[in-house]
Design a protein. Structure first.
Length: 143
């Protein structure tokens, strides 16, 4: 199983648990872009993922690393769509809440399955690139 270690930051609390002011402040820190990075950064291994192949995405929490298991489910227009393997985990829910738009998450069986619609490996690469450029590793406390 392939593993991708990223600098993507996932807060330790959901948006409901934080005050509105703290939520807005953290959202702005995660969404600002300091400088542009070339679009060729991060090409390679994500392109080699096949249909029905599982992989692990390592993201940073405030105090520990989280493993999010994803699976490539089908190719549409030459782009591989992704599906979350363990949707019940709290870090997965926070990752989807903080880092993805609600319109990109589609649930089935009352939340037992979470498919990322219109979210491909290219979008994941863009998110990884954005986290690196935004220097989100400075938000991590467990170095």
């Amino acid at each position: 199983m392939k593993t991708f270690t990223t600098s993507i930051f996932v807060p330790s609390k959901s948006k409901k648990e934080l005050t509105l002011l703290k939520t807005e402040e953290l959202s702005q820190r995660l969404n600002k872009l300091r400088f542009s990075q070339g679009t060729t950064f991060g090409e390679g291994a994500l392109d080699e993922i096949q249909e029905n192949e599982e992989f692990v995405l390592i993201v940073n929490g405030e105090y520990e690393r989280y493993s999010i298991r994803l699976k490539g489910i089908n190719k549409c227009n030459g782009k591989l769509r992704l599906m979350v393997q363990e949707p019940a985990l709290p870090e997965v829910r926070r990752f989807l809440e903080w880092r993805l738009d609600k319109s990109k998450v589609m649930s089935a069986n009352k939340g037992a399955l979470l498919q990322l619609k219109n979210f491909t490996t290219e979008d994941l690469r863009r998110l990884i690139r954005h986290a690196l450029v935004n220097q989100e590793r400075t938000l991590v406390n467990y170095r």
